[in-house]
Design a protein around this ligand. Structure first.
Ligand code: F6P
Length: 328
């Protein structure tokens, strides 16, 4: 491949996700394979603004494929939202003679990358890394599969204690704006109800369903609630609401929180990250920019960053229907 790209930089930005290290490794090793220099940027865009760089080669990413988090650290940079901040970042890029940037992150990170690309006509490419799976243009994002497995492992444990005490548990899982984690971990853990932002069925229906469960002989239940659920009540208020309206239920709440984002990535996430990392480098060498690497039906695809950010990744409503059938 003939290309003007001789030196690339890689950053991880926004909320970390398991598999980001595997993606860093893939980018660095692919760069080495194609005889490119590679720079790692610490702390996402903030590190770019401060010139917090490290030279990376094939050996600097050994034994990280199995590690959770990101060795480059991550941040949500307020300064990068300003032109002044982005100008500082660009100055460091010029000083280091970096020709292109690989951004591993979510939609907020891609928005920053797209603005940066337009302002300075500088090649950027995105790799979707977020547990939320809320990015258009890819079936799955890096970290989502691991987060699901983390979630069901805990929900299974909650099931044990819920069952012993004949209790109803509300379990909040992550997903600020999207219900992917709730929907799939809910089905995977056999939750009686799943509340997600994409499908607000109302509180009345929740009471009817729980009452129906109780009458049908269920002595304990689990309701999985997405963090971004739009019922109008947070998970604690939901619990109180149900206790007040269905006093026969003894209710507890469990918020899973950041444990979902940690831990060793699943094999699926490692493979996905490896494929996406190599593809990102090859696309840059092909002269492509301002796009995100995605995967659709197990085939690597690309989407314009603008679409990845603006368009909506829809949930599969079939899963809600299946869940309903299986929890009767
Ligand atoms: O975007 C990933 C995510 O884990 C969301 O599910 C969650 O709302 C958010 O990040 C939490 O962000 P922070 O770690 O900055 O509190």
């Amino acid at each position: 491949m003939k290309s003007f790209i001789k030196k690339i930089a890689v950053i991880t930005s926004g909320g970390d996700s398991p598999g980001m290290n595997a993606a860093i490794r893939a980018v660095v090793r692919a760069a080495s394979y194609y005889k490119l220099e590679c720079i790692g940027v610490y702390r996402g865009y903030q590190g770019l603004i401060e010139g917090d760089f490290i030279k990376m080669d094939a050996r600097s990413v050994h034994h990280i494929i199995q590690k959770g988090g990101t060795i480059l650290k991550s941040a949500r940079s307020e300064e990068f939202r300003t032109l002044e901040g982005r100008k500082k970042a660009y100055d460091h890029i010029v000083k280091e003679s970096i020709d292109a940037l690989v951004i591993i992150g979510g939609d907020g990170s891609f928005t920053g990358g797209m603005i940066f690309q337009k302002e300075f006509n500088f090649p950027v490419i995105g790799i979707p890394g977020t547990i939320d799976n809320d990015i258009f243009g890819t079936d799955v994002t890096i970290g989502y599969d691991t987060a699901l497995n983390n979630a069901i492992e805990v929900i299974d444990k909650i099931r044990d204690t819920a069952s012993s005490h004949n209790r109803l548990f509300f379990v909040e899982v992550m997903g600020r704006d999207a219900g992917f984690i709730a929907l799939n971990s809910g089905l995977g853990a056999g939750a009686e109800e799943i509340l997600i932002p994409e499908e607000n069925l109302g509180l009345e229906r929740l009471l009817i369903s729980l009452e129906h469960s109780r009458r049908s002989g269920k002595t304990s239940s689990i309701v999985v609630v997405a963090e971004g659920d739009k019922s109008g009540k947070n998970v604690y208020e939901l619990a109180t609401y149900v206790e007040e309206n269905l006093p026969e239920y003894e209710v507890r709440v469990s918020v899973l929180g950041h444990m979902q984002r940690g831990g060793s990535p699943s094999c699926f996430d490692r493979v996905l990250a490896s494929r996406m990392g190599v593809k990102a480098v090859e696309l840059l060498l092909d002269g492509k920019s301002n796009i995100m690497v995605g995967i659709k039906n197990n085939i690597m695809e690309t989407v314009e960053l603008e679409h990845a950010i603006k368009e909506h990744h829809s949930i599969n409503k079939e899963i809600l229907r299946i869940s309903e059938i299986l929890t009767t």
